[in-house]
Write a protein that binds this ligand. Structure first.
Ligand SMILES: [Zn+2]
Length: 301
């Protein structure tokens, strides 16, 4: 297994980096990975991650729920209810933030295509990218949507998208800065970029420490804080317009984290911790378990 040993922060390139903890891959390999932090931008990142060509085997799990659409069990039922509600909210958010009822959207890391399908239903012209061949076939089967391989990102014609969305995807992307170059190239002058990522500085992130489910090593290469996201956005000549909370994530992540930490679930405690996390995010979205960053071109013209 070849891995990538980083000597610099993958966001701000600072060499002031050091290990803060070790975390287990609870869902697939049960291997241990080191998590490092940058003293300058506060990004945490998984050290010595498998290379892009070799990380595929860490995605091979029936439990990797975001790529499956089974409907068994209370937790899965809840997950699917939340997903329907969240899909509607995301769709409205795209319309509000672009100021358009219909337009052109690029969804990166489309999974089985639920969001692409929702936006097509709302009248949008959508291009969906998904790296996994099997998942693309599932998307065609489930939602009748035709997704392209993620490599197509680099070949799409420029300045054509009113919105680009990455819902819990950026933390998986090896070529972080190359992707940002593409966002800048592909967005229209007034286009918006919507990026949802977990936030390790949240209450649940701090409470569960190495057992926090959103570390999800080694699949999550980066563990963003609002500060490190702000740095990344500015580096690429973009501007943060606003942050939006994702209220359900704190509870869902707390449910998984309880399982990881104690070997069994504790629904009541997870809901309690999730709500406590949300309470701290009421006045400050930067404390939320997962944050949607709404980003625009700095020129705005
Ligand atoms: Zn940094």
């Amino acid at each position: 297994m070849n891995s990538l040993l980083r000597h610099q922060c993958p966001v701000c390139i600072s060499s002031r980096i050091g290990q803060v903890m070790e975390a287990e891959d609870y869902t697939v390999s049960h291997e241990i990975f080191a998590i490092w932090e940058c003293a300058d931008c506060s990004l945490r990142f998984t050290q010595s991650v498998p290379l892009a060509e070799e990380i595929g085997k860490y995605y091979q799990s029936a439990n990797y729920i975001s790529h499956t659409d089974t409907n068994k069990g209370i937790v899965n039922k809840l997950y699917h209810y939340v997903r329907r509600t969240t899909l509607r909210r995301k769709s409205k958010m795209v319309q509000q933030q672009t100021g358009l009822s219909t337009g052109k959207l690029l969804d990166i890391g489309a999974g089985t295509g639920a969001f692409v399908h929702t936006m097509q239903g709302a009248g949008w012209q959508v291009t969906g990218l998904e790296p996994d061949h099997g998942t693309r076939l599932r998307a065609a089967e489930l939602h009748k949507v035709n997704l392209l391989d993620t490599a197509a990102l680099f070949d799409l014609p420029e300045a054509q998208f009113d919105a680009i969305t990455l819902w819990h995807v950026l933390e998986h992307v090896h070529e972080l800065h190359l992707y940002f170059d593409q966002f800048v190239r592909l967005l229209t002058a007034k286009g918006v970029l919507l990026i949802a990522v977990p936030n390790y500085t949240s209450y649940d992130g701090q409470l569960y420490g190495p057992s926090w489910a959103a570390y999800d090593v080694p699949r999550h290469l980066y563990h963003f804080s609002p500060k490190s996201m702000a740095h990344l956005i500015t580096m690429h000549g973009l501007r943060l317009r606003v942050m939006r909370p994702m209220w359900f994530d704190s509870i869902y992540i707390s449910m998984l984290s309880e399982q990881y930490k104690n070997g069994k679930g504790n629904l009541l405690r997870a809901v309690w911790n999730g709500l406590r996390s949300n309470l701290r995010a009421v006045g400050d979205t930067g404390n939320c378990s997962s944050v949607i960053y709404i980003i625009e071109k700095a020129t705005g013209s």
